[in-house]
Write a protein that binds this ligand. Structure first.
Ligand code: ADP
Ligand code: ZN
Ligand code: ZN
Length: 731
C-alpha cells in the first residue's frame, strides 16, 4: 500500500488527518511542506507532519491531497519536532499549534519562495525559429523568435511587449517553448562582512565567549548573568561571528519592548548583514518578506520576539534568548499559552546547538536549572566602560513628608543630581493621572461598570479610563451621586510629571508610558530627547527598564516598591525584585557611580532587606528556599484551567465539574476552583482551577487523560475556557 500523509489542519480537533498521495503528478509531499486538501465541503491549506502505513479511517473514505504547495518544506525537521512536542506539552490542538508557526500569508497559501516564471525555447522550437515558423501566425512567430534569441526569458520582460500569453500557450502546445519556475534565491551561503570593529573583550566576556563557543555543534544550555551594561550583547555578537564563520546561522529572541531600531542596527553593523526581523508590529506582507529572508537563508541571523522561536533558520548554529526572565516570552492572548523561552531551549536540544539565556535577573526557574547543573552558569561581574554598580537605599515613606507620591529626601536628591548636571529617572508602575476619582462629600468612587476596578483619571484628555477593559468616559466635573466636587486621589506618571515640573520648573521632563507611546516612533523620539540630554528628568513605567542606554542618568527613584510585596501570586516578589534591579541598572552606566532610592512603607520587609544586603543573587537564594518549602515551581509543576462566563455561578460550575472528573490521581493535586482576584473583567466573571504535581511527566499524563473529558462537558459550552501549562500569572 502506498504511504499516507498525516496533515495538520487549522481546526480545534486534537489530531492529524490522513490523506493519500496526490492524483496529479503522483509526487509525494515532504514532511514540513504545505498541501491543499479537501476537508468536509471545504478546501484547506495544511502541513504534512508525518507519514503512516495505515489509517484508522477506512481506505475507501480516504481522500487524496489536491495540491503540493511547497516543493521544499516550510518547516524544518527541528521545528516539526518542536511543534509536535509543544502540542503535547501545552495540551493544545496540533493543527492550531502548527499553523501558529507560519506567517498568515503562508497559512492562506501564499508561495513560500519568491518565484519567477520564465520561458525558454525547446530544441525543436529553436529549429522552427531558425526557419521562420510558424509563418501563418505572426504573433507566435515574433514571440518564438524573441524567446529563442533571449534564452530563458522572465515573464516580466515579456510583459513589456503587451499581451503574449495566448501566443505562448499555442507555442507550448506545439512543443516549441516551455515554462520554468525558478526560486529567486535558493538557500544561499552565509556571507558576512562585519563593518563595525568589535571592542576588546573584558576577561569575563572572553571567558563566556570561549565556553559557549566550545559547545558549538552540540546542545548545551548557558545562563549568562550580568547587570545591564555588563556586555552580554557583546558576548552574543562574538559567538554569533564564530557561528557565521562556520557557515551557520543564529536565532536571537528578545522581549517585545527590547527590539529597538538601535539593537537591529547594532547587529547589522557588526555582522555586516541585515537580520531578518520578526515582531508583532509587522503587516502580513512585511512578515512574509522577513520570513522568506529567513527561510531562503539570505539573512544570516533571525532577530525577533516571542513567535520568532518558530522561524525557519537553515543551518541553525546558535539560539540566544535575551532578558530571558521577561514576561513577554509567555504567550497570553489566544488559546495557546506557550513559553518561547522554554521552547527555545527545546529547539536547541532538537537541533543539537547551544542556547544562551541572558539576563541581569534570571528567573528562579532558570537559576534552579543552573543550580542543578542542567545549565552552565556564566557571570559578567565587571561593567564595561568603567562604570561602577549603583548604590541602593530605602526611603521610609512613614517618616518623611510626601507630596503627591514624592518624599522630601527624594526631592532633595533629585535637585542635587540636577545641579551636578546629571539626569534623573523616576519610576512608577502606574500610568494616568490618578488611580482613583473620589467625591469629597459622599465618598463615591468612580467605578468601572464592567470590572471590579476603579476608573483611572486621565487629566490631559479629560477622561476616565479602565485599564482592565478599556472603558472610557468623560471626566465628570462633579459627583454624579450628590453634585459635590470630585478629587483625584493617588498618583500616576502623568501627575508625577506635573508635580516634578512644579518642583523643578527649569528641568525639561520626558515621560515614557503607554499613553504617550502610541507607535514605535514615539518611543524613539522620547529616547532621543533623553539620550541627547535635552530632557533632564525621565518619568516612566516599566517601559524605561528595557533596552536603552542612558549614560548620564545618575539617580533612579523608585516611587512605590510596595505593590508586589503582599500579593497572592507567588511570583510577585520575584517580579518586584527583577524590576527594582532592572530599573536600578539604568543608573550610572557612564563613568560616574549611580544612586538608587526606593520609597516604601515597609522598609523592614525581608525581601527588600535581602535585595539591598545581598543583591539579586541573595534574594534569589532565599526566594528559592521559600518556593521549595511551599512546593511552588520550580519545585513542582502547575497548570491552570481558567474560564470566564456571564455569571459567577456558571464560571465556577464548569470548573467544579471539571474537578469532579479528575477523581483520585496519584501525585496530582487540584486546588480550587476559586474566583479570580479581580473576578469581574469586561463584564465577564473569571475563575481558576489549579493543577499541581511534583512531577512534569505525571502532570502531563494526567492532563492528557483529563482534558478530552473536560472538553466534552456540557457546561464547557457555557463558558470560555483555556488551559495554561506553566502559568506565569495566577489570578
Ligand atoms: P548588556 O547587553 O549586558 O546590556 P552591552 O553588550 O550592550 O551590555 O554593553 C553595554 C555597553 O558597553 C555598550 O555600549 C557596548 O558597546 C559597551 N561594551 C560592551 N563590552 C565592551 C568592551 N569589552 N569594551 C568596551 N565597551 C564595551
Ligand atoms: Zn458625592
Ligand atoms: Zn473595566
Amino acid at each position: 500500500m502506498s504511504p499516507l500523509f498525516r496533515v495538520a489542519l487549522d481546526t480545534p480537533l486534537r489530531r492529524l488527518f490522513d490523506y493519500t498521495t496526490p492524483v496529479a503528478g503522483g509526487a509525494a509531499p515532504q514532511v514540513g511542506a504545505r498541501v491543499r486538501v479537501p476537508f468536509g465541503r471545504r478546501t484547506l491549506v495544511g502541513i504534512v507532519l508525518g507519514t503512516a502505513e495505515e489509517s484508522a479511517v477506512p481506505a475507501e473514505r480516504l481522500k487524496p491531497i489536491l495540491e503540493i504547495l511547497d516543493p521544499r518544506p516550510v518547516l524544518s525537521p527541528d521545528v516539526v519536532e518542536l511543534l509536535a512536542w509543544a502540542s503535547q506539552y501545552y495540551q493544545h490542538p496540533i493543527g492550531e499549534v502548527a499553523m501558529a508557526a507560519l506567517p498568515r500569508a503562508l497559512r492562506l497559501g501564499a508561495a513560500a519562495a519568491r518565484r519567477s516564471e520564465s520561458w525558454q525555447a525547446t530544441a525543436e522550437g529553436r529549429e522552427a525559429a531558425a526557419v521562420g515558423e510558424p509563418r501563418r501566425a505572426p504573433r507566435q512567430q515574433a514571440l518564438l523568435a524573441r524567446i529563442a534569441q533571449l534564452g530563458p526569458c522572465p515573464a516580466e520582460v515579456l510583459d513589456r511587449d503587451g499581451e503574449w500569453r495566448t501566443a505562448a500557450r499555442a507555442l507550448r502546445a506545439r512543443g516549441w517553448v516551455e515554462q520554468r519556475e525558478l526560486d529567486v534565491a535558493e538557500a544561499v551561503a552565509v556571507s558576512a562582512a562585519p563593518n563595525d570593529p568589535a571592542p576588546q573583550l573584558l576577561a569575563g566576556q572572553a571567558d563566556a565567549v570561549e565556553r559557549i563557543s566550545a559547545s558549538l555543534g552540540r546542545y548545551d544550555a548557558f545562563v549568562l548573568q550580568g547587570i545591564t551594561g555588563s556586555g552580554k550583547t557583546e558576548v552574543y555578537l562574538h559567538v554569533i561571528e564564530r557561528v557565521l564563520r562556520a557557515g551557520r546561522r543564529a536565532l536571537v529572541l528578545v522581549p517585545e519592548i527590547g527590539l529597538t531600531p538601535q539593537l537591529v542596527q547594532r547587529f547589522h553593523a557588526r555582522l555586516g548583514v541585515p537580520p531578518a526581523v520578526l515582531h508583532s508590529g509587522l503587516t502580513d506582507a512585511e512578515r512574509l518578506q522577513a520570513w522568506r529572508a529567513a527561510w531562503q537563508g539570505t539573512a544570516a541571523i533571525v532577530l525577533g520576539t516571542r513567535s520568532a522561536v518558530f522561524a525557519p533558520v537553515p543551518d541553525l548554529g546558535l539560539i540566544v534568548v535575551d532578558e530571558e526572565h521577561d514576561a513577554s516570552f509567555k504567550q497570553h492572548e489566544g488559546g495557546w499559552h506557550y513559553s518561547a523561552r522554554d521552547l527555545a531551549v527545546l529547539r536547541a536540544h532538537h537541533a543539537g546547538v547551544p542556547v544562551v539565556l541572558g539576563s541581569a535577573t534570571p528567573s528562579l526557574e532558570t537559576l534552579h536549572n543552573a543550580g542543578t547543573a542542567r545549565y552552565t552558569h556564566l557571570r559578567l561581574t565587571e561593567r564595561a566602560g568603567a562604570a561602577t554598580p549603583p548604590q541602593l537605599k530605602l526611603i521610609d515613606l512613614r517618616s518623611h513628608a510626601v507630596r503627591t507620591g514624592i518624599s522630601t529626601p527624594a526631592v532633595l536628591a533629585i535637585s542635587k543630581h540636577l545641579a551636578a548636571g546629571d539626569q534623573v529617572l523616576v519610576y512608577l508602575n502606574r500610568r494616568g493621572y490618578a488611580p482613583t476619582l473620589l467625591c469629597t462629600a459622599c465618598g463615591w468612587i468612580a467605578p468601572c461598570r464592567e470590572c471590579d476596578a476603579r476608573m483611572t483619571v486621565h487629566l490631559a484628555h479629560q477622561r476616565l479610563r479602565c485599564h482592565h477593559c478599556g472603558a472610557d468616559s468623560p471626566l465628570p466635573a462633579a459627583c454624579p451621586q450628590c453634585g459635590y466636587p470630585v478629587r483625584p486621589v493617588g498618583a500616576g506618571t502623568e501627575r508625577i510629571e506635573q508635580t516634578l515640573q512644579e518642583l523643578f520648573p527649569q528641568a525639561p521632563i520626558a515621560r515614557l508610558d503607554r499613553d504617550v507611546v502610541r507607535r514605535r516612533d514615539d518611543m524613539e523620539e522620547i529616547m532621543r530627547r533623553v539620550a541627547g540630554g535635552e530632557a533632564r528628568i525621565l518619568v516612566g513605567t516599566q517601559m524605561v527598564t528595557k533596552g536603552h542606554d542612558f549614560p548620564n542618568v545618575t539617580l533612579v527613584v523608585v516611587l512605590n516598591a510596595d505593590q508586589g510585596l503582599f500579593s497572592s501570586d507567588f511570583r510577585a516578589s520575584e517580579r518586584l525584585a527583577q524590576t527594582i534591579v532592572q530599573v536600578a541598572g539604568r543608573a550610572g552606566r557612564g563613568s560616574r557611580p549611580g544612586e538608587v532610592l526606593i520609597q516604601t512603607e515597609f522598609p523592614d520587609h525581608p525581601l527588600l532587606r535581602q535585595l539591598l544586603a545581598e543583591g539579586y543573587d541573595g534574594f534569589a537564594q532565599v526566594a528559592l528556599e521559600e518556593r521549595a518549602q511551599a512546593h511552588w515551581p520550580p519545585f513542582s509543576r502547575l497548570a491552570a484551567l481558567r474560564d470566564s462566563a456571564r455569571t459567577p455561578q456558571a464560571a465556577l460550575l464548569f470548573l467544579r465539574e471539571a474537578r469532579a472528573l479528575a477523581g483520585e490521581a496519584a501525585d496530582v493535586r487540584l486546588l480550587g476552583p476559586v474566583p479570580a482576584a479581580m473576578a469581574r473583567r469586561a463584564g465577564r466573571h473569571h475563575a481558576q482551577l489549579l493543577i499541581e504535581s511534583p512531577d512534569r511527566t505525571r502532570l502531563q499524563a494526567f492532563l492528557t487523560e483529563w482534558l478530552p473529558q473536560v472538553e466534552a462537558l456540557k457546561s464547557a459550552r457555557a463558558v470560555r475556557w483555556s488551559l495554561d501549562v506553566d502559568p506565569q500569572e495566577l489570578f
